[in-house]
Design a protein around this ligand. Sequence first.
Ligand SMILES: C[S@@+](CC[C@H](N)C(=O)[O-])C[C@H]1O[C@@H](n2cnc3c(N)ncnc32)[C@H](O)[C@@H]1O
Length: 260
Amino acid sequence: MQLGKCHNPEAPPIASPPTSSATMPLLDDPTPTHHQTFRLHSINSTILIRQFPTQGISFQLWPAATTLLTLLDRHPTNTTPLSSSFNICGRRPRILELGSGTGVVGIAAAALLGANVTVTDLPHVLPNLQFNVDANAGILEVHGGAVDVAALSWGESKDMEAIGREYDLIIGSDLVYNDNLYEPLLETLKFLLVGLGRSEKKVVFVMGHLKRWKKESAFFKKANKLFDVEVVYNDAPFDGSRIGVTVYQFVSKPADKLNT
Ligand SMILES: C[S@@+](CC[C@H](N)C(=O)[O-])C[C@H]1O[C@@H](n2cnc3c(N)ncnc32)[C@H](O)[C@@H]1O
C-alpha cells in the first residue's frame, strides 16, 4: 500500500499541459468526444480523460482543474503550498471531490497521493465519470490509489448522509460559477467541515477557482462567516487573460467564532 508520500527529495517538473486528440465522434456514437492526456511527471504516468464538449459544463475540463493537477503533481517533493493539506501520513488518505465533472483531479489525487478518493457529481454526470475512472484503472492499480464514483447533489441531505463525513480532505475546482449554487454548495461544505467533533483534527477544503464575476464575492462573504478562508496559491494568468486561478483553503472556524 502506498501511503501519503510524505518525503521525496527529488524535484520533478510540473505537470505537462494536457495534450489533446482531435474532437471526433466515436464510430457507434454521434456525440463528439474529446480525449485528453495529462502527464503526471512525479509518478511517470499518464491519465486519459474523455470529454463531451457539446454536452455542457459537466463534461469538459475547467481551468482550475489544471492548476490543482499541477499542484498535486508537485506534492511528492513538497514544493507546493498545499503540502500540509496533502500530507496525510500514516494511512491511506480519504478524499472527497465535489463537482468532479470529468474526474481528472480526483483520479490524479488517488494516483499521486495513493489515496481513496470519492469523486461526485450530479446523477447525469456519473456515467462519464465512471468511464474515466475505469479508463485509468491501470495507473491506480500501480500507484495504490482507489476511486469510487457517487452522486452528490449539493444541499441534498439524502446524498450528504449517504456520502458521510469521514474524509481527511475535500477538494474541488471551478465550483463557484452560478449564484443559484452558492447556498447548496455552502450547505454541503458546512456538513462536511463544521462541527465534526474531532477536536484534534480540522478537515480542509481545497478549492481551485477562476474568478469570472463580481457577484462571486457574495459566496466568499458567506463562506467567511463559517470558515477561515485563506488564499494559498495564485496561478499565472492564462494566455490572453488578466486573471489566473486562485487556490483557497477553507477550514471550519472554532465553534465560539462561528457566525451562522
Ligand atoms: C464548472 S464545472 C467544474 C468541473 C470540474 N470540477 C473541473 O474543474 O473541470 C462544475 C461542476 O459542478 C457540478 N455541479 C453543478 N451543480 C451541482 C450541484 N447542485 N450538485 C453537485 N454538483 C454540481 C457540475 O455538474 C460540474 O461538473
